[in-house]
Design a protein around this ligand. Sequence first.
Ligand code: NDP
Length: 338
Amino acid sequence: KQVVLKKYVNVGLPKESDMEIRESSIQLKVPEGCKDSVLLKNLYLSCDPYMRSRMKKLETPSYVDSFQTGSPMNGYGVGKVVDSTHPDYKKGDLVWGFTGWEEYTITAPFLLFKIEHTDVPLTYYTGLLGMPGMTAYAGFFEVCKPKKGEYVYVSAASGAVGQLVGQFAKLLGCYVVGSAGSKEKVELLTNKLGFDAAFNYKEEQDLDAALKRYFPEGIDIYFENVGGKMLDAVLLNMRIHGRIAVCGMISQYNNERPDPVHNLMYIVGKRIRMEGFIVSDFYHLYPKFLELVIPSLKEGKITYVEDTAEGLESAPAALLGLFTGRNVGKQLVVISHD
Ligand code: NDP
């Protein structure tokens, strides 16, 4: 079974019917003569917001390509090698990285990481120990260059990336506030994930006033996940020499054109450093990242919230749910547990 994109959706929230589940038959073996390839049994798929851009017919060059309509979609996932002609991979190896949105994928290992630590939940390699975890680590430590005691604000804070940024900031001794789109998520942030405070941005008429309530002395670090009106309000509340790591702008992904941002001028007077980043530029830091995260996880200093959809058939709805806030924590899809 495979998830196939039927047609490009350039504007607006796609529908489940823009994707379909298709069956195809493959031999469960790397084809004869196919060198340096592996056949993966996909166990878990990761639903990620950037996949929305790939559902568009991209006209301008981007760091990702459009999906091919009529072909299986692809993205991050966790899989098990069932056949290999690659010297570095053998049957039974567990991997995370780039794979197809399908039950089995034959691939020349591209962006695949071997899973060495198997005494933690394997699903975590779609989130905490995979691409979103690395995103939080690179964005917070490498881009924001945080210092103990600084005031940190995270939007989309209960999601795959945001929940970890907040926990990293707490480990460092920062004051951390997160925003999210429901009462349940706000409670999760303060009760389970250790944020100092949290608010539901959907219930705030005036985002500037909300930020002033939580940051009367201003924000040192903003981890930007949503863009639009939130960014405008944050710019009014940054401190001098503040830093904004622009990780993503999910509020804009279904728009035809990005919403205007009015307060960019404040970057000058407040000497703000605002920097976009892409996680794949930081994968060389993956071993260093694991050295921090695996012990922190085992010692209970870090926790991780997942939202699990069962079966490949549930993948289209799970992916689209990211854009309505349906997911509570990291959204993944279980295809098989072994
Ligand atoms: P999440 O797990 O946070 O899921 C997305 C969440 O975004 C939703 O649950 C929803 O939460 C929130 N959201 C959706 N629409 C809106 C909106 N219009 N306004 C405000 N919030 C909205 O996703 P990730 O943690 O995986 O991704 C977070 C961000 O990080 C995204 O912008 C993504 O593109 C980016 N990213 C960037 C990477 C990079 O390399 N630069 C790598 C990975 C992710 P709520 O209920 O709180 O509204």
